[in-house]
Design a protein around this ligand. Structure first.
Ligand code: 3EB
Length: 328
């Protein structure tokens, strides 16, 4: 008797392949399977293509590469309100850039950004958000609950409503230094849910105690994509338990961050280490630290592509944060 294929485990699709490339956006956008292309800083070449996003973070690398996301098969794209999106092979890229002057501060701007993104997701098959990035200006300005990052956390939570009631995606939230008070949020979603991964060395962010703000940060430490072995790693810093460690000690913070990254790989049942296929980003608060971060990572993670960006971490005492990808 011929076996039905219902018993066969469907082959997992390929995760979007993320890489850094030295090329022009037009050339990369012309290639088939290009889901998204990112430029960094004020000098980045622009494009009106919805798959293009100019990120408001300056890079310390010269020349500055593009970040490219590729999927198998054809890609469609469009715009909806302030949201730009593209989709292919079950994956969705969506991004929104809002001017705070038009939306009234970090809280209301975050709420509007998340509301618009969630509205788009509700119309799409690819509604399972795997990974989110958030960039806003002056992230540490203001004391206590009125710190801009904490206001952003409030607005993000109210804008996302119940969309992530089953659990938050992996995320990064970083402060930019662009002149314009823009909030940028972009995401990767899929037509299947991923698996959230937490770090046993860290308190889950959504359980952070009250001292970190009214609304705990809504993110998972990492997400195992519904694909052939790929881990999307959230912004990871020198946080142990819920506390920042090694105040004012850059190299010790970097060491603790790498320990956290390894703990995450282990928690995700992945083999240890990063390789030439595992692109990372290092967000560095003080420009004078950039060469030290570069040398440290060259030494400890030889051959791993690392994009060095000027970005403020959402806790004043943290000097560096790393996020990125690990493929099988
Ligand atoms: C931390 O471990 C550092 O608000 O989305 C890292 C990743 C951090 C994401 C977010 C915040 C966020 O708490 C801060």
């Amino acid at each position: 008797m011929v076996q039905g294929c219902e018993n066969a485990k469907p082959a997992l699709r390929r995760a979007p392949q993320v890489s850094y490339r030295h090329a022009g956006p037009d050339e990369v956008l012309r290639e088939s399977g290009t889901l998204a292309v990112f430029g960094f800083g004020a000098g980045a070449v622009r494009s009106s293509d919805p798959r293009w996003l100019g990120v408001d973070l300056e890079s310390f690398d010269a020349p500055v590469p593009l970040e490219v996301w590729r999927v198998d098969g054809p890609v469609s794209q469009g715009r909806e309100g302030d949201v730009q999106w593209s989709a292919g092979d079950g994956w969705l890229f969506a991004a929104i850039t809002l001017d705070e002057h038009e939306h009234g501060g970090p809280r209301d701007t975050a709420r509007e950004a998340y509301a618009q993104l969630c509205r788009l997701l509700a119309t799409r098959g690819e509604r399972h958000v795997q990974r989110l990035w958030n960039y806003l200006g002056d992230i540490n300005q203001g004391e206590g609950d009125v710190e801009r990052y904490k206001q952003f956390c409030d607005g993000r939570a109210s804008g996302m409503g119940e969309v992530f009631a089953d659990g938050f995606p992996a995320a990064t939230a970083i402060g930019h230094h662009a002149a314009a008070p823009r909030l940028q949020v972009y995401l990767l979603a899929c037509d299947e849910p991923g698996q959230r991964v937490e770090n046993p060395r860290q308190v889950s962010a959504w359980r952070y105690p009250r001292q970190y703000g009214r609304t705990p940060p809504s993110f998972a430490r990492a997400m195992r994509l519904p694909a052939d072995d790929a881990l999307a790693i959230s912004g990871t810093a020198a946080v142990v338990g819920h506390a920042s460690t090694h105040d004012d000690d850059l190299l010790a913070q970097l060491g603790e961050t790498l320990t956290n990254l390894e703990a995450l790989l282990q928690s995700a049942d992945m083999t240890a280490g990063f390789d030439t296929q595992s692109p990372l980003k290092a967000y560095v608060r003080q420009p004078t630290d950039a060469p030290l971060v570069h040398d440290f990572l060259q030494h400890r993670l030889p051959g791993v592509p690392v994009l060095l960006l000027h970005g403020d971490i959402c806790r004043q005492e943290l000097l560096v944060e790393i996020d990125g990808w690990r493929y099988a």
